[in-house]
Design a protein around this ligand. Structure first.
Ligand SMILES: [Zn+2]
Ligand SMILES: [Zn+2]
Ligand SMILES: [Zn+2]
Ligand SMILES: [Zn+2]
Length: 376
């Protein structure tokens, strides 16, 4: 396509909803990522929002291998339009077994939504300073109770999920599963024989992803100028024409189809690359009710592919995790583990009406688009 300029132009228009980009940063303290600080974060244990009724072991286990999933990331994203969502967080969990990582399969992810009104059982109605997903800061002061899910549940000392299985000897250490107990035995053995009542910190457990703060900033995108706009229109026009000219096309049959699919693939990938290249460190794109930025023209969900919420309302796109950017892979430290997290992007869809779930957790939906080999 001769009309395409060398430097790809963004196809974003001024009318598009702004996108909030998430970046990974070293946390100032471990404390800043605890539940009562309402963090957005990558890795570590979940900072559960509703502290009671956290999802059961079954709910957070991999549908492929049955093992417990661990936290990939959580996003604090209150919704001012809903009094139920004064606090609101979405959690993405993933299995650590690389054998479960199958192309186009999402059976090894679990996604949950939790939301609370301003007056709730767990937190002060004057929470500390927090940054919400739109990048704004909510400022408050005053005393607030520093509660955690451990005050309400027995938690697995490895993954921070429910831990209904206790060490048979000391009954102090609790676990979600045999796997996490086994994994912990070398460390716990020392505590167990000494009869320690306090369990030491396991936050650097190899079962977890390294923990980082996730900060957000609104994406600044140049609106395409007239010249580029014209170019874009021209490019689309050429595509449309060649689609219509089925009989008298300048390319024929298979070759034409190939050229068409190539240009569609190119277009999608160029758009993706263009947006990523502008902020190459982005690991998250948050645009509730918007459109995901697809890596490829293949395996894009149709509206029918996104199941409705159990309340009957539609689910809408809320955010996507950018895996293509090796930034996140570096932070997760998976390169050294031989895990292939070559996922392209993970798009998270949540109930469009934030249906009331009290202080429990609602499972939401994730679509994975793999980074197809031929896109490289
Ligand atoms: Zn698995
Ligand atoms: Zn566990
Ligand atoms: Zn023990
Ligand atoms: Zn719903």
């Amino acid at each position: 396509m001769a009309a395409k300029s060398v430097k790809p132009t963004c196809s974003c228009k001024a009318t598009e909803k702004p996108v909030d980009l998430g970046f990974v940063e070293e946390a100032e303290s471990a404390e800043s990522l605890l539940s009562y600080r309402f963090p957005s974060k990558v890795g570590g244990r979940p900072a559960w929002l509703a502290l009671d009724n956290i999802p059961g072991v079954e709910s957070v286990s991999c549908r492929s291998c049955g093992k417990s999933c661990v936290l990939l990331l959580q996003v604090y994203c209150p919704d001012d339009n809903s009094t139920n969502c004064f606090h609101r967080s979405v959690f993405v969990f993933v299995c650590r077994e690389s054998k479960c990582y199958q192309t186009d399969s999402t059976s090894y992810f679990r996604v949950f939504r939790s939301q609370l009104p301003r007056n709730n059982l767990f937190y002060s109605d004057q929470p500390p300073v927090v940054q919400i997903a739109s990048g704004e800061w909510k400022e408050t002061d005053g005393e607030f109770p520093k509660r955690s899910a451990a005050d309400f549940n027995k938690l697995c000392i490895i993954c921070g999920g429910l831990g209904p299985k206790a060490c048979a000897k000391c009954k102090v250490a609790s676990y979600c599963s045999k796997e996490h107990q086994k994994l912990d035995w070398r460390v716990h053995k020392q505590e167990c024989v000494k009869g320690l009542k306090e369990i030491s910190d396991r936050s650097s457990s190899s079962a977890l992803f390294p923990e980082f703060k996730l900060i957000t900033e609104t994406e600044e995108c140049d609106v395409i100028d007239d010249e580029n706009d014209a170019e874009e229109v021209k490019y689309e026009e050429i595509n449309r024409q060649s689609e219509q000219q089925s009989g008298e096309s300048f390319l024929s049959g298979e070759l034409e189809n190939m050229a068409l699919s190539e240009s569609e693939e190119d277009k999608v990938f160029q758009k993706f690359k263009c947006k990523i290249d502008r902020d190459p460190d982005q690991v998250l794109r948050y645009q509730k009710g918007g459109e995901p930025l697809w890596v490829s023209s293949k395996h894009i969900p149709s509206p029918d592919d996104i199941p409705a919420c159990s309340c009957g309302a539609k689910r809408q796109f809320e955010f996507q995790v950018i895996i293509y950017s090796s930034q996140l892979l570096n932070h997760l430290g998976v390169d050294n583990l031989g895990e292939s997290l070559d996922w392209g992007t993970l798009a998270v869809y949540t109930c469009a009406v934030n249906c009331d779930i009290g202080d429990s957790y609602a499972e939401e939906f994730l679509w994975k688009q793999d980074f197809h080999q031929d896109t490289r």
